[in-house]
Design a protein around this ligand. Sequence first.
Ligand SMILES: [Ca+2]
Ligand SMILES: [Ca+2]
Ligand SMILES: [Ca+2]
Length: 109
Amino acid sequence: MQAKFSILTAAAALAVVLAGAATAQASSGRMFKKLDTDGNGTVSLEEVRASQDRRFARQDTNGDGTISREEYRAKADHYFTKFDLDGNGEVTPDELAQARENWKKKKAE
Ligand SMILES: [Ca+2]
Ligand SMILES: [Ca+2]
Ligand SMILES: [Ca+2]
């Protein structure tokens, strides 16, 4: 039960981090540039969908067109491991905040 809770917690934490990251990126204009793949200065619905498709494809690791619970958990596990900075099997609010800062620094480089 503890492991399941941790994975769900990691997934929730991931959503929070990604939401924060998306906001940070949008405000810096990087996300906009990334989405505006034809560089015409506007982001079309097709460009947003293409971005979602690329994100989906990264998570659909066996390429069968769906994201299985295992594929979803693998992604959550991946982020949980990144967030659990001291590797004790639990993510604290401080570790989450630090992971967010690390992510921002990495994106700014
Ligand atoms: Ca465009
Ligand atoms: Ca799949
Ligand atoms: Ca920890």
